[in-house]
Write a protein that binds this ligand. Structure first.
Ligand SMILES: Cc1cc2nc3c(=O)[nH]c(=O)nc-3n(C[C@H](O)[C@H](O)[C@H](O)COP(=O)(O)OP(=O)(O)OC[C@H]3O[C@@H](n4cnc5c(N)ncnc54)[C@H](O)[C@@H]3O)c2cc1C
Length: 468
């Protein structure tokens, strides 16, 4: 990389926070995205303020250097793998937290993880009810950039539903604030839909392609303190799907709920059952593992009754194994870490949402593809809000077996096409979801036009949004 460019970065942030060392660059060439090839960047810079981010983007624009914003580096689909010889902007030093108790909101810098935020809010008996299974490393801003969700999202929905405003550095270095805070006289973040079009929404799920989010303002809620854990059994997928929909339709408060088909439950229990203390059980063909949570005990009691009565109406049964949902809930910041990495597997993943009543369509296609290619995998997911089910199916491979890895990459491509046909929607615009998909062409063209206008030199994470 041009030494004068590197020197200019040093002038902005200081020598300590710029690196071109080979070992450091190697660290930034990868992320949690196993199954994606590493790419070594040219330089890493670690700004400490919005002003520094702004100066860096002005500089990168002038030199037309491709930029990859990076927060926790925990994304799983190659989103944060940099461009060869490009610039990585590591945002972890932006670590401020500002609570607006009366407005029921909090503003965090781009480097604040869910773990840090949760610890802070806990002191005030508050929370942001989204716990990505990577919460200890993944940042709130990074999650907004990927439009994520997590255990806890069963009531309020995915992260997008909670955002009140963003501070964003545009590719040309200009800084904008969205939501109520766009008015510097406002008492703080209290409404996202201020000043016309929803510019906040443009940045959610943008994977850094439209600018760098330097601060996120987000809703807080009174922390639930009363929980009930239960698993409910059904003979058919339809029964389990209906159960989830009806729970939310009747306002039963379920921060975490997941459907397991028998064989996947067996697989999951094999890995984690003992740790959670789950007893030997006669499991039904379909199990709904649910955490019901409320801030008041009387509300909880009423929800428990309602859940049981909906279960019975749908010919289900109460399985009576609370250890399963309880284990998941208590491990909510890292269940996935335990269950997926523990045996040293590598995998490719296909995040998507389905309508809860269409849960079985995703599961069928995942199995079809696994059977066709002769590979292993799983069909896990959880409810987000009342209206969608967040899937994160994984296709496993042995990392030393290049042939198997290639097979999994091919299966992954085919699965995305099959899922699209079932009506599934990805929550981020990875290329493989839309490549050659006729129905998506006008939408992609619109995104392309936006990108051209906002980032005419195409420096921000080029190619990341559906190949744009
Ligand atoms: C064990 C494990 C479990 C996981 N479980 C979940 C889960 O339950 N739910 C879920 O949603 N995800 C989950 N993930 C995926 C991952 O944690 C999320 O994608 C996470 O939100 C990424 O945040 P991050 O801070 O690590 O972002 P990064 O990986 O650093 O970046 C993600 C993307 O956003 C861009 N970006 C990062 N920061 C900014 C910024 N400030 N402004 C603009 N663009 C930016 C990057 O360029 C990249 O494209 C899991 C990952 C792991 C490893």
């Amino acid at each position: 990389m041009d030494p004068s460019f590197v020197q200019a970065l040093v002038d902005i942030v200081g020598e300590e926070f710029v690196s071109t060392r080979a070992d450091v660059l190697l660290t930034y060439s990868v992320s949690a995205s196993i199954g994606y090839d590493r790419v070594v960047p040219g330089t890493v810079v670690r700004p400490a303020s919005t002003e520094e981010v702004s100066q860096i983007l002005k500089l990168a624009n002038k030199h037309k250097i491709p930029v990859t914003p990076r927060s926790g580096g925990s994304s799983l689909q190659g989103e944060v793998i940099p461009q060869e010889d490009g610039l990585v902007i590591d945002l972890l030093r932006l670590d401020s937290v500002q609570l607006f108790k009366d407005l029921r909101s909090v503003r965090v810098g781009a480097g604040v993880t869910f773990g840090v935020l949760d610890k802070y809010l806990n002191q005030h008996k508050l929370w942001v009810p989204v716990y990505p299974d990577s919460s200890l490393v993944c940042t709130v801003a990074g999650n907004v950039a990927v439009n994520g969700a997590g255990p806890g999202s069963g009531v309020q929905g995915c992260i997008a539903e909670l955002v009140l405003g963003l501070e964003v550095v545009l590719p040309n270095g200009e800084v904008i604030q969205t939501g109520t805070e766009a008015n510097p006289n406002a008492p703080g973040p209290f409404l996202r839909y201020a000043f016309g079009p929803d510019i906040t929404g443009l940045l959610i799920g943008s994977l850094g392609a439209f600018g760098i989010i330097t601060a996120v303002s987000i809703k807080t809620f009174k922390r639930m303190e009363h929980f009930y854990y239960q698993s409910y059994g059904f003979d058919t997928a339809e029964g389990a799907e209906r159960f989830l929909s009806e729970l939310r339709h009747n306002d039963v408060s379920i921060p975490m709920a997941a459907i397991y088909e028998g064989r996947i439950l067996e697989f999951f229990l094999d890995m984690i059952g003992e740790e959670y203390g789950i007893p030997q059980t006669e499991w039904p063909p379909f199990t709904v593992s649910a955490t019901i949570g409320r801030i008041r005990k009387d509300q909880l009691d009423s929800d428990i009754k309602m859940a049981e009565s909906i279960c019975m109406e749908l010919d289900g049964r109460v399985v009576g194994v609370p250890e399963l949902p309880q284990g998941e809930w208590e491990d909510r910041m890292w269940t996935f870490v335990r269950s997926s990495y523990v045996h040293g597997w590598w995998w490719m993943m296909l995040y998507h949402h389905q309508a809860p009543t269409n849960w079985h369509r995703s599961v069928e296609e995942i199995w079809n593809v696994m059977d066709k290619y002769g590979i292993l995998g799983q069909t896990a997911g959880f409810l987000t809000g009342g209206r969608s089910y967040n899937f994160y199916p994984q296709l496993y491979f042995d990392p030393v077996d290049r042939e198997e890895e290639e097979k999994v990459r091919e299966a992954h491509r085919e699965l995305s096409q099959r899922l699209f046909k079932t009506g599934a929607v990805p929550f981020k615009l990875a290329r493989y979801w839309v490549e050659d998909v006729e129905e998506m062409k006008p939408y992609l063209q619109f995104i392309k036009n936006l990108k051209q206008n906002i980032d005419p030199n195409g420096i921000m994470n080029p190619g990341i949004l559906g190949g744009i």
